[in-house]
Design a protein around this ligand. Structure first.
Ligand code: ZN
Length: 413
């Protein structure tokens, strides 16, 4: 192992201590939490110590810039440091540190090469990729790419009523940096699925993303006594919410095996009290498929069933928020560039699709983008049991370094 690798692993170990969930190897670093603030300061310091200038934009995206060619556009590389509650230490954070190390390794190399670079280097930690505390997910990259309004994002509130603006300001993590001219984007992430591990693939070349339909459904019934109210008089919001959750799961069986994923990951009930029929419930229902027609059909069927449930249980069901993206391809030349690098490095590789959304899902729609995966043990993710081996992490850093090198050395992408 060379000193670059040992330095990376030492920094990885330090980063993984921040927000550590006691008794596990996992972390709890939701967006703009105290632990997120701590890791952001740690990361900014790391970038500065390696000669990068640190900037924050108005939605709290954190950038480290290294100008090699005055005035030239930047190759941007990064991911997100924020996590789900009690989650894994790899999701997002691995990609941020790998990106930083790819740029650290390239800084001197690019300065000393016979053919000078044509791009500058920038590392990014996107704000609130996870969307667990503040919805929607992919918030920082959504604002950066103009898909989400800054004003709307800043006013988004968590369950306690704290806004994104207030939470970021409390950490002094909002700035006014705006002028980054991005030529191309590269991201590396843990797969969060098991196909690469099963196939013995070290590097995944992401060529497309599954589509997603996410609905926040608000159910309104009527509060009453859960013992004495006649069954026929009840308008039970929690019962209707339960039926919606089951319906989302049962829909999966109407499609070919594996074609549709569905879930409810969050439910809120009011007043959530032992002897009270709930007057309000909200559920977050999530459908994913690589097949656009299946996804549209699932969404259509689900909303029809929701209307039937509303009628049957005499409640109102409304869509309070929705967040969708379509199955679409990553930059084909980016996939080919990554394939050439993998062949040159002699690492096992194959194209893979991403089921989860990533910041690159946003970035690929505005600049040429390369998205890479490293394996996840047993596909475990959004869990403290998430795991990727040191060897796989280091192979990923080497791969990303060469991808960024190519992006910085030529104007082809
Ligand atoms: Zn992630």
């Amino acid at each position: 192992m060379n000193s670059n690798d040992t330095d990376f692993l030492a920094d990885w170990e330090q980063l993984s201590q921040i927000g550590r969930v006691e008794g596990t190897l996992g972390v709890d670093r939701e967006a703009a939490s105290a632990a997120d603030g701590e890791q952001r300061r740690w990361f900014a310091e790391l970038l500065r110590s390696r000669g990068f200038t640190v900037h924050r934009d108005e939605i709290g995206n954190l950038f480290g810039l290294l100008e090699l060619v005055p005035g030239a556009p930047y190759v941007l590389t990064g991911s997100h440091l924020d996590s789900q509650p009690t989650a894994g230490r790899f999701d997002g954070a691995y990609g941020v540190l790998a990106s930083a190390y790819a740029c650290f390794r390239l800084a001197d190399r690019l300065r000393n090469e016979a053919a000078p670079p044509v791009r500058n280097l920038a590392v990014v930690n996107w704000f609130n990729e996870e969307g667990s505390r503040f919805k929607p997910s992919l918030m920082g990259s959504g604002v950066f790419t103009g898909k989400l309004s800054l004003a709307e994002a800043l006013e988004t509130r968590d369950k306690k009523g704290t806004s994104v603006r207030a939470a970021l300001d409390a950490l002094e993590e909002r700035g006014n940096f705006a002028a980054l001219n991005v030529a191309s984007y590269a991201e590396i992430h843990v797969q969060q699925g098991r196909s690469m591990e099963e196939g013995g693939i070290a590097i995944g070349l992401v060529d497309a993303t599954w589509g997603a339909r996410k609905y926040e459904l608000r159910v309104r019934g009527e509060q009453s006594h859960s013992g004495s109210t006649l069954m026929t008089d009840r308008r039970d919001a929690l019962l209707a919410a339960a039926r919606l959750i089951v319906a989302a799961r049962e829909l999966v069986d109407e499609f070919p095996p594996g074609a549709l994923h569905s879930a409810c990951g969050e439910i809120q009930v009011y007043p959530n009290s032992p002897v009270v029929v709930a007057s309000e419930a909200s559920v977050l229902i999530d459908f994913r498929s690589e097949n656009t027609e299946f996804l549209q059909e699932a969404a259509r069927r689900f909303l029809t069933i929701a209307a039937e449930i509303a009628e049957q249980d005499r409640v109102e069901v409304e869509i309070a928020a929705e967040h969708s993206w379509e199955r679409n391809p990553y930059t084909p030349q980016g996939v080919e560039l990554a394939r050439a690098v993998a062949q040159e490095l002699g690492v096992t590789h194959d194209t893979v699709m991403t089921v989860a959304g990533h910041d690159s899902t946003n970035m690929k729609d505005v600049v040429p983008t390369v998205m890479l995966f490293v394996p996840s043990v047993e596909g475990r993710s959004h869990s403290v049991r998430e795991l990727t081996s040191d060897a796989d992490m280091l192979a990923g850093v080497r791969m990303l370094t060469e991808v960024v090198h190519r992006l910085a050395s030529s104007q082809d992408l």
